[in-house]
Design a protein around this ligand. Structure first.
Ligand SMILES: Nc1ncnc2c1ncn2[C@@H]1O[C@H](COP(=O)(O)OP(=O)(O)O)[C@@H](O)[C@H]1O
Ligand SMILES: [Mg+2]
Length: 145
């Protein structure tokens, strides 16, 4: 099912991440796309907070993956600097998914074929200085939020 949400500031985007968290038990992954500054990291921050994490949430641009302690572990990827899907495979993407962690990935368009069926697809568009439009594509049987 597809759902569209509009936010008007970063706090609202974090709150949307919190709403997604409440529906996240049925998800293995969250695939995020949108330009720099779209709010991908803000959404993951709200998600992590809602799942009880106190860890700092920032784009793992150089590290590729950050792990956050939470009720359910969150692995936060940034695929921007990855050359392609093979590289994601090499860093153990499959093991991260199999571990039961919730895997949230910025710049998912680098390797869309590697996301499992129970992925929430989030496409973000900057529609103004502060407004963002989120298109959420939920897998069968999960969501909306
Ligand atoms: N509606 C909004 N939602 C999220 N961020 C917003 C919004 N409006 C303005 N911003 C600003 O845009 C930036 C988003 O940053 P970030 O979440 O790191 O984006 P990304 O990870 O997509 O590059 C922040 O500086 C934030 O203050
Ligand atoms: Mg980011």
């Amino acid at each position: 099912m597809t759902q569209t949400c509009v936010t008007h500031n970063e706090t609202e985007t974090e709150a949307l991440g919190g709403r997604i968290a409440r529906q996240s038990d049925g998800l293995s992954a969250i695939a995020l796309s949108g330009d720099l500054g779209a709010g991908k990291t803000a959404l993951v921050r709200g998600l992590a907070r809602a799942l009880g994490s106190a860890d700092a949430v920032t784009s793992p641009t150089y590290a590729i993956v950050n792990e956050y302690r939470a009720k359910r572990k969150i692995c936060h990827f940034d695929l921007y600097r990855l050359p392609g899907g093979d590289a994601l495979w090499e860093i153990g993407w499959d093991d991260y998914l199999a571990s039961g962690a919730l895997c949230a990935a910025e710049w998912s368009g680098v390797a869309p074929e590697l996301f499992p069926p129970d992925t929430l697809w989030v496409d973000i568009e900057k529609t103004g200085e502060q407004t963002r439009s989120f298109v959420l594509r939920w897998p069968e049987g999960v969501g909306p939020c």
